[in-house]
Design a protein around this ligand. Structure first.
Ligand SMILES: *Cc1c(COP(=O)(O)O)cnc(C)c1O
Length: 218
């Protein structure tokens, strides 16, 4: 029914096999941003339950009704978060991959406590040190992770990155994995349609795949 999804799953299986990794250690996040429920429903019918969105407001518009139909949907926020949206994000998402500054960490801590919800948190690392890109500097990641854990008591499970478009993604994936290992963080969120196989080979636990599943975004 969905060739994109089938192809990605097959490529994941193949890559795991070649890399000597267990398929169970790599989770596919189907990135559904800018696709509506008609595009998402076939993926749900094909058994996909883990989805990623990059905007809180857009996700609020389409996921509550889909969740009413499929109660076991897991939704991850993979786009930038403003602290005035922290309450909405904590209420809707099961994981947030884009924790990257003290203000947002504090806002999330407050909402997680208030709402009593379990939300998995990952720190976004700006591995390319790009001025315009979100994420914490690689050199500050250790201090920030300790701030989240020790000062706020905020459980962080891993790190996420979006490599610069014009650079070899493998270098950034390797760096992210190295920092995660040094911090004893189990999860890495890395790899998109063009490079998820590279990310899997370098240890990704979450890959975030949009266009290879849903087709080109308009
Ligand atoms: C859109 C997006 C993706 C998916 O990108 P594709 O190239 O369509 O697979 C992955 N991660 C983030 C953070 C995104 O915003």
């Amino acid at each position: 029914m969905s060739h994109g999804l089938e192809n990605v799953r097959e490529q994941m299986r193949q890559t795991c096999k070649e890399a000597g990794r267990s398929e169970r250690d790599v989770e596919l996040i189907a990135v559904s941003k800018r696709f509506d429920r008609d595009a998402i429903l076939p993926m749900l019918e094909a058994g996909q339950r883990l989805f990623g969105e990059n905007r809180v407001q857009e996700a609020q518009g389409k996921w509550p009704s889909l969740r009413a139909q499929y109660s076991d949907i897991e939704l991850h926020l993979i786009g930038p978060l403003q602290s005035n949206k922290a309450a909405d994000a904590v209420a809707l998402f099961d994981a947030i991959h884009t924790v990257d500054r003290e203000k947002i960490a504090r806002a999330l801590k407050k909402e997680i406590d208030k709402q009593g919800r379990q939300v998995e948190l990952l720190i976004q690392v700006n591995t390319g040190q790009e001025a315009q890109k979100a994420g914490i500097d690689p050199l500050e990641t250790k201090d920030f992770a300790h701030f989240c854990r020790d000062e706020l008591g905020l459980g962080v499970t891993g790190l996420m990155c979006i490599p610069p478009v014009d650079e070899e993604a493998a270098l950034h994936f390797a760096l992210l994995k190295k920092i995660a290992d040094e911090l004893g963080l189990a999860k890495t969120s890395m790899g998109m349609s063009a490079d998820f196989d590279t990310a899997i080979a370098l240890g990704a636990s979450y890959i975030r795949v949009g266009s290879a599943i849903f087709g080109a975004r308009t």
